[in-house]
Design a protein around this ligand. Sequence first.
Ligand SMILES: Cc1cc2nc3c(=O)[nH]c(=O)nc-3n(C[C@H](O)[C@H](O)[C@H](O)COP(=O)(O)OP(=O)(O)OC[C@H]3O[C@@H](n4cnc5c(N)ncnc54)[C@H](O)[C@@H]3O)c2cc1C
Length: 415
Amino acid sequence: MADRDDVLIVGGGVVGLACGLALLEAGRQVRVLEAGTAGCGSSHGNCGTITPSHAAPLAAPGTIARVLRWMLTPDAPFRVSPRFDPALWRWMLGFAARCNRRDWLQAMQARVAILQDSRAALPVWLARHGIACEFESSGVDHVYRSRADFDAFADEADQLRALGIAVEQVDGAEYLRGEPALREGVAGAVRFPGDARLRPDRYVAGLARAFREAGGVIVEDCEVQAFEETGDGVRAQTARGVFTGRDLLLAAGAWSPTLDRSLGLRIPVQPGKGYSITYSRPALVPKRPLVLHERSVCVTVWDSGFRLGSTMEFSGYDRSLNPVRLAALERGAREYLHEPVGAVREEEWFGWRPVSVDDVPILGPVPGRRHLWLATGHGMLGVSMSVATGQLMTDLICGREPRLDPAPYAPARFA
Ligand SMILES: Cc1cc2nc3c(=O)[nH]c(=O)nc-3n(C[C@H](O)[C@H](O)[C@H](O)COP(=O)(O)OP(=O)(O)OC[C@H]3O[C@@H](n4cnc5c(N)ncnc54)[C@H](O)[C@@H]3O)c2cc1C
């Protein structure tokens, strides 16, 4: 048995590592227990956009009708694989119940607070820890080929502006004059100048390096099988033996519900599978990251490469790389871009986003437990919310005045 730590963290993704690094900065001794290697989960091949602009949750008025239409299309951007899975159906019912304007606006407020805090803190955090990950305050553009969809965004744009997000709407012809990488047929674009991007695998590698240099320990190939409170602390049973600590933070992303028996709390999170393809950088690339609206494809460009990513598929913990959905990324990109792919296809990837039933992250103490904490449910925005998540969890675990109102994120909302 290893010596007792102040904090054991289950999961070495962007969330677990950001929490670990913030806790080390606050003087805690921290050990991360990771089933694979640090950053091997959803944090690896995602699109790397930092997007306060994505404050609107998935559960929105009209989402259910759209999902039902998409059920008939195998390469649609959002898909539920129908099967017998009580946890999925419970989650779907809870999600459907939230597809109304009141819950949409409430979730948007909770999301924008943590997104904005994280976005503001990110450049300082990267500089302080010497993390080079191709971060750029680039902004992000959403490109529309449908005039009706472009016009329909006006309501969301108003809500975002009211919450402090800068939104610029650009006419299609003007947009094309400034963005030669795009093909004709753009009806308009929405620019979010406050957004940014980074290379996520480099970011997570940088977090892991900074964490270790600051004295943290990452135990890899160390799947946590169960844990329990032991009066004055916690005890975790793992593939590498038993670890003990004063506190335990479950940050296992989409896998968090697989350990919820140890928490005594049902975690309403489903794996929302997404795909990406990474290429060498084409000659003609967009000036900033794009979301190709009608196809829901995200295009991210770095000096080191070019990535297409997207799709949200609820198919449980299915590990297959679906060729239909990978092909849909390229097909979508071809409609908008002169050079939709790079010469070398470097990686095809899938990841499971930890999607909570209200699309708001689940952060804070486990109700009725003194030493158990939860940080999961970041959905499509775990990279964007990483710094503020680490700092909020550190405030809570260390008993400091929290920098954000923790109430909207509290696990107690599901107790
Ligand atoms: C296609 C795609 C595009 C995306 N684009 C963006 C984007 O542009 N911007 C953005 O902000 N977010 C984006 N996301 C979402 C983002 O990737 C996730 O929200 C984020 O990575 C979640 O981080 P995490 O640390 O919670 O989970 P993960 O990175 O999945 O980490 C969880 C870790 O826990 C480990 N683990 C699991 N079970 C156990 C166990 N029993 N014991 C020990 N360890 C365990 C896993 O091995 C894993 O390393 C995207 C996701 C996808 C799929």
